[in-house]
Design a protein around this ligand. Structure first.
Ligand SMILES: [Mn+2]
Length: 324
């Protein structure tokens, strides 16, 4: 159905640039991304156009169909299957090695955001959001923020400041002041500048060095773009575990109890409200019912292991990564 036969006069829509919003998912993440996408749509400005681009490697037809069905008049949904090129090969190899050591982030999907500038030449600016987010305001307002001379914008990671081991790790291990280290879950990107910098080449060159890291994709981003990052207001990446959610524009359930598994999660209701009306609500309910105490134990252990790893890696004499 085009906007012509939907009874909408396209010439009356104020013509502003399309807002491209990127998600990177697997089948496991489709249901959480659906809630986030629904929340983008709920807060979309009727006078703007949005394009939601879902980057994936494996996504079954049922999940693709359910996501595609969410399309609205001014929010298009597109899919992009990742191709196995040289860059991907380097990342997949690195991940395969890391997964043996039980790494939290040993999945190539975490690195797809680094490809956005290179793959989507039609855009000069774009937004990346994690699937574990819920929009509370129009994402177009994030897109409008002027990056000035910076390459990207992100929020200084609040989880780092909360844990001494993480502070030591980013400062000693990465040589980045913890007050500058950003979380990569919500990013506003100048894609033109990222292309000019050859970001993906720089990242994969570093990956080839095979350094053991706490949060690889995020660590590479902070190290490579050091000094070129604008800090976003905390409202754009508010992490309700341990933070007052008042005034939040994006809620991010980062490194915390996930609302789709746990009852007692700050702002969990916002997640379930956004999940309602997606084709994934039943799946999410069943996932919650099936989540056991043993699963919760395992998830808590993963975060504990990450902190232990940070403590271990901050003992280094020289920073772990060196950018040419
Ligand atoms: Mn996240």
């Amino acid at each position: 159905m085009s906007i012509f036969n939907a009874g909408i006069n396209p010439f009356k829509i104020k013509q502003t640039k399309v807002v491209p919003i990127f998600y990177t998912i697997t089948d496991d993440y489709a249901k959480y991304a659906a809630a986030s996408i629904n929340s983008v749509m709920k807060h979309a400005d009727p006078n703007r156009h949005y394009r939601i681009i879902i980057m994936y490697d494996k996504l079954n037809w049922r999940n693709r169909l359910r996501l595609r069905n969410m399309v609205t008049r001014n929010c298009a949904i597109e899919f992009h299957k990742m191709k196995y090129n040289l860059y991907m090969q380097i990342i997949v190899r690195y991940c395969a090695k890391r997964s043996g050591s039980g790494d939290f982030f040993a999945n190539a999907v975490y690195y797809y955001r680094a490809f956005i500038a290179r793959l989507f030449l039609q855009y000069d600016k774009g937004i990346y959001v994690d699937s574990d987010t819920i929009l509370m305001d129009d994402i177009g307002k994030l897109y409008d923020i002027d990056l000035g001379n910076n390459v990207i914008a992100g929020r200084v990671d609040p989880k780092v400041a909360m844990v001494k081991e993480f502070v030591d790790y980013v400062e000693k291990g990465l040589d980045v002041p913890h007050t500058d280290y950003i979380n990569s879950g919500v990013l506003l990107m100048d894609l033109k500048k990222l292309r000019k910098l050859h970001y993906i080449t720089k990242m994969t060159d570093l990956i080839k060095k095979d350094a053991d890291l706490v949060a690889p994709d995020q660590d590479y981003l902070n190290v490579i773009l050091k000094g070129k990052i604008m800090h976003l207001d905390k409202a754009w990446n508010l992490q309700p575990e341990g933070e007052n959610p008042k005034g939040a524009k994006i809620l991010h359930f980062n490194l915390s109890k996930k609302p789709w598994y746990h009852e007692d999660v700050n702002c969990g209701e916002e997640f379930w409200n956004a999940a309602k009306g997606t084709g994934f609500y039943g799946d999410l309910m069943r996932g919650k019912e099936r989540y056991t105490a043993a699963d919760a134990e395992r998830d808590a252990m993963k975060i504990k292991a990450l902190i232990e790893k940070a403590a271990e890696l901050s003992k280094v004499k020289k920073p772990l990564l060196k950018v040419k």
